[in-house]
Design a protein around this ligand. Sequence first.
Ligand SMILES: [Zn+2]
Length: 539
Amino acid sequence: MLDLKIVNGRIIDGTGKKAYAGDVGIRRDKIAAIGDLSGRESARTIDAAGCIVAPGFIDMHTHSDLSFVYDRKANGKLHSGVTTEVVGNCGIGVAPVREENRKLLIDYLGTRLIGSIPVKLELPWTSFREYLNWFAANPPTLNIAPLLGQGVVRIAAMGFAKGMPDAAELKDMQRITDAAFAEGALGLSTGLVYLPGEYSSAEEIAELCKVMKPYRGIYCTHMRTESDGILEAIDEALRIGGTAGVPVQISHLKLLSQNMLGKTELVLERLARAERSGIEVSYDIYPYTAGLTSLSACLPPWIFEGGVGKMIDRLQDQAVRSRIRREIAEGLPGWQNFVKSAGGWQKFFVSSVRSEENKHLEGKFITEIGELQGKDPYDAAFDLLIAENGRVQMNYYAMQEEDVITFLRQPRAMIGSDAMSLSAEGVLSFGKPHPRAFGTPTRLLGRYVREMGVLSWEEAVQKMTGLPAQKLGLKARGLIREDYYADIVIFDPDEVSDKATYTDPKQYSEGIGAVIVNGQIALEKGCQGEVCSGRVLSR
Ligand SMILES: [Zn+2]
């Protein structure tokens, strides 16, 4: 007797193999049978006529580290067919915490996407294992696949101290890294445009990567720059992977500087060359032409020395403001100058702020805010950062769609939303988030498969299932196969589409018939049930 049977659908199994007609039978949390199951008894049956039955989507790059802590039914991703989220990206995360630096970490999280949730941030854990155990005790709607943030390791060991670690500090970071991998981390992530990653050399990072090699961890990196120096940044990522002998995942690959638009070949050549030399390299992308970052990340790195409080103090000073104006106009060596490379403040609009008084600024461009307040855009940005204690998120228009498409087409491309799980209601319904938080997989399927024919259904599904599961080393996940965990999405190929837009982002996707997580129906006919059957996934 089966617990659940999905009948009359077309199966896309996640390997890239062509779709075929077949039923899927589930017993407990696993796929128990595939094929013609008309003769098999089942407690429940879902009719998937006209629909595709695929493995649940794996969102390769998210910032949902705290989403499910504050709302374990967070469902923006679930409504787009996601059943697993990879957290701990871009060097930042929420564990492990060292007591003496707990406050530094919490303040810092507040300036980053993860910490933009409008609540008093608390981290009720210390070790990496305690953080993961939190989910075992309070299961979320989706599975969590955890990376360890290199920035978190460095904050634990060194706070925001600048410069190279000494031998003892490096040993300490290696110990912290080893413990987190023993406790379940799947990879190490860096965010080298953010502090404290920015202070870290390739050699320092490679030393940590060597520690995770026996655990078969992967190196995921938000590179040193995605702007003019992106090719050198790719070289650095590959050098780290090559030195440590670990696979590399380039996070949210994109071309965003005006000088690099259209030059995808230069990037792809480098990746191909690395592969020929034996480095396993792949990347993830989000299918949008605007990005999201924090407003503070638009400022030169020195402003942040000593933490957020110091940044706020410095921004009061007119001489500091003039220096920032000059440095944004002229650039600094080795610094990703977001504002200049995107073509100015008029490309940036506020996605979310913390305070009620400034809520009316959400959705407005920095230049508009300047005009509204009778200031130049720089002063508008500085004053907003001070008023919000650094907690301002920004969308910026900088990419071109041809490049997104070229990257999407590559066999090594996976899909990552670069967003946190949000919701249309409750504590996770705030600000004007980037629409990718609600629409990434459904935009890929609707726009880039059905409408534009950039990818086949099978290719698109593989990029969100089999490929990432293999890269992460997830056991028995990512394929429709007997004895694999029953993480499944059923969608209508004629209807599947994203509804979230930049101006009205908190809208659930359409065309997702059902989402099953570990054998339990989490979403059916657009409605979320009471089920929270997500687990922490390890290797
Ligand atoms: Zn990033």
